[in-house]
Write a protein that binds this ligand. Structure first.
Ligand SMILES: [Zn+2]
Length: 213
């Protein structure tokens, strides 16, 4: 018997109406809302900052962790981030990525180096970055090529409403890990769903099958 794993390859419904907007109860969401992701991979001296396999693995792990809450992701656009942006060391370096933000999608930048902007010399693996503090200002996720497999999921957790680093060692938003597969707890999952609904109703994010190739 062929078993199709909807968590491995999430697909949006043909009519584009995902379960989050249909279900009365969040617990009954079975059709994932698959958000379109535009990934820009930095050119680092003539080679991409990350391989296709690395990118696919980050997305697959994010889909695994978000799946219990009816949210998924698929890369719909891929571009090369110019080499001048491969190494992000300052706030200005991060802000400069705003020039590459595409509308209506989750923007994901993969870079060769990401340094903390408050503590000198501290290396970061990812960040959810807001350009300015005004409502509607661009925001996006950045993941360094040194990141472990759940870092995109962690940054998307911030993107979808979870600001704090909290939870136990099995929580994807915690800085501590115990080796078990990371997850969101139900409170975090509810934040994700509220944020996802707000983006869909406000048309600030599109589902994957709503975007044009
Ligand atoms: Zn974080």
């Amino acid at each position: 018997m062929l078993v199709v794993c909807s968590l491995c390859t999430p697909t949006a419904r043909a009519d584009g109406r995902c379960g989050l907007l249909q279900a009365k109860s969040t617990a009954s969401v079975v059709t994932p809302c698959v958000f379109a992701v535009a990934v820009a991979v930095a050119d680092d001296g003539g080679t991409p900052a990350a391989t296709d396999a690395w990118i696919a693995q980050q997305v697959a792990e994010a889909n695994r962790i978000f799946a219990p809450f009816g949210v998924g992701f698929v890369v719909t656009e891929r571009s090369v981030l110019p080499a001048a942006h491969a190494h992000l060391r300052t706030r200005a370096d991060r802000d400069a990525l705003a020039a590459f933000v595409r509308p209506g999608v989750v923007n994901w930048f993969v870079v060769a180096e990401l340094l903390d902007v408050d503590e000198a010399g501290v290396v970061r693996r990812g960040v959810h970055w807001h350009v300015g503090s005004q409502a509607g200002a661009p925001h996006f996720v950045v993941v360094s090529r040194i990141a472990g497999e759940s870092v995109l999921a962690h940054e998307l957790g911030h993107f979808f409403g979870n600001r704090a680093h909290e939870g136990g060692p099995d929580n994807v938003m915690s800085y501590h890990r115990d080796g078990s597969p990371p997850r969101f707890d139900d409170t975090q999952g509810a934040r994700i769903q509220r944020t996802a609904r707000r983006h869909l109703r406000g048309k600030t994010l599109a589902l994957a099958n709503d975007t044009k190739p």
